[in-house]
Design a protein around this ligand. Structure first.
Ligand SMILES: [Zn+2]
Length: 314
């Protein structure tokens, strides 16, 4: 995904926590997390783009790529039942067939940053003000935004499929470019500082002159889902932590890749003319909707659980 898409997803994750029904026992954690973000949301664009701009671990930690196989693993695991990529993935002909991991460590990266956030929050709580090892809230917020980046990337099918869709006509960049335009065309970016949105409250400000264009995109559907879709805090049956949850996200992302670009196609047979009509089992619009709302949900879930773990330690 690209720069503004990543930042927008981070904001939408907070909106999801604010607008969806969270069970009574988790409400206090959600409320305090939202409140904390309201005071530390200035550097979302920079933070959510840090992995691409500064860290540059794209070929390892932004991916977890699989290929169909005769041996290996055929356990795909379970995601929360509201997940679109879970429902669609289970319809794939590859579901329950063997796959092997070719490259990447994305779920481990997510687990590591999640731990690091909790550690930094504990250090901040424990250290005296002015201590040289006391992390700042802005530093911790930046880690949250970086974590958001890696979580979002896992939902992009091309990040979990070994076929080389960044080669040839680069379908990967083309698809991510369309999502980036959704964000850039409908939300206002501060013209004096391109690393900031204009704000409406704490969220990116909608460009009302683009209402008609907006109505013709998938964005209204996503907005409704942010409010209405059930929010389950579970990692999915059988999963106990960020690592296991993110591994299953990657498994279903791989299956969705094969639904969208059928198995016998590769980067040499996909062109700019045929990329979205390859007898695919899922339309581009549906794929986009499902990926983006599931990514928002995942960021919200991981953030909330990380925050809750810290709060319970307090
Ligand atoms: Zn990335």
């Amino acid at each position: 995904m690209k720069k503004y898409t990543h930042a927008w997803l981070s904001f939408m994750a907070i909106k999801r926590l604010e607008q969806s029904y969270i069970s009574q026992s988790n409400q206090k954690y959600s409320s305090s997390l939202i409140e904390w973000f309201k005071n530390h949301n200035d550097d979302v664009i920079q933070g959510a783009w840090y992995p691409d701009a500064i860290i540059k671990d794209m070929s390892t930690s932004h991916i977890y790529k699989f290929t169909p196989s005769n041996i290996g693993n055929n356990y795909y695991g379970c995601l929360p039942t509201s997940y679109n990529i879970y429902r669609e993935g289970k319809n794939s002909a590859l579901y329950n067939t063997y796959f092997k991991l070719d490259s990447g460590n994305l779920p481990y990266r997510c687990e590591a940053i999640a731990h690091s956030i909790i550690d930094n929050l504990k250090m901040k709580e424990s250290e005296d003000k002015g201590s040289p090892i006391c992390p700042t809230n802005n530093h911790i917020a930046n880690l949250f935004f970086m974590l958001s980046h890696y979580i979002a990337d896992a939902h992009v099918p091309f990040h979990c499929d070994s076929r080389k869709f960044s080669s040839g006509v680069d379908i990967h960049a083309k698809v991510e470019g369309i999502w980036e335009d959704y964000v850039k065309d409908h939300y206002l970016i501060d013209q004096n500082n391109k690393d900031r949105f204009e704000y409406d409250g704490i969220y990116p400000k909608f460009d009302s002159s683009q209402q008609i264009s907006y109505n013709n995109t998938i964005l209204p559907w996503i907005d409704l889902e942010i409010q209405n879709r059930n929010f389950y805090i579970t990692w999915g049956s059988g999963n106990d932590n960020v690592l296991e949850f993110m591994q299953d996200i990657c498994h279903y992302s791989y299956l969705c890749s094969h639904l969208f670009i059928p198995t016998h196609y590769d980067h040499l047979s996909v062109t700019n003319a045929n990329w979205d009509q390859l007898q695919n089992n899922i339309s581009f619009d549906d794929l986009s909707k499902y990926i983006l709302i599931d990514a928002i949900d995942s960021i919200a879930r991981v953030w909330l659980r990380v925050w809750r773990k810290y709060q319970q330690w307090l």
